[in-house]
Design a binder for this molecule. Structure first.
Ligand SMILES: [Cu+2]
Length: 141
């Protein structure tokens, strides 16, 4: 009687142990699956432009007639900006705000090189014609 009970008890234990193992295995698989999905989401959704320091931004606009192409430049505060301007006729280029003035003529390009430490929108004007050639936008970092 006692033996039979013991046997029955150990059989039940084995059964519940197997069930427990199955439950643990399922939980482990579920946790691993969730971790895998989270890892994949992290890789997919993380910002692909990590916070970077100041960069050197170089542009090569060309003035023909009263038009400069490209005419609008957007940089980030702290960037080093290099504008290499060429022209098909003489011009006097003035970058407002930073107050940098350069003469440019055919075969004599002008280079405006400066640190973008003022934020805002600044006009690039031709003092020869008083025409607006373009704008520089410096966005806050
Ligand atoms: Cu001006």
């Amino acid at each position: 009687m006692c033996h039979a009970r013991d046997d029955l008890g150990s059989w039940d234990e084995k059964r519940s142990l197997r069930w427990l193992n199955l439950a643990v295995a399922r939980t482990v698989i579920l946790v691993l699956g969730v971790a895998l999905v989270l890892a994949a989401l992290f890789v997919l959704l993380r910002p692909n432009t990590p916070a970077t320091g100041p960069q050197t931004r170089e542009f090569d606009p060309r003035i023909s007639g009263n038009n400069m192409e490209p005419s609008d430049f957007t940089v980030t505060e702290g960037d080093r900006v290099v504008l290499r301007i060429t022209a098909d006729s003489p011009h006097e280029v003035h970058l407002h705000g930073y107050d940098i003035e350069r003469e440019v003529a055919p075969g004599e390009p002008a280079e405006l090189s400066f640190e973008a430490d003022l934020t805002g929108r600044f006009t690039i004007e031709d003092h020869e014609t008083e025409e607006e050639l373009g704008t520089l936008v410096v966005e806050p970092r």
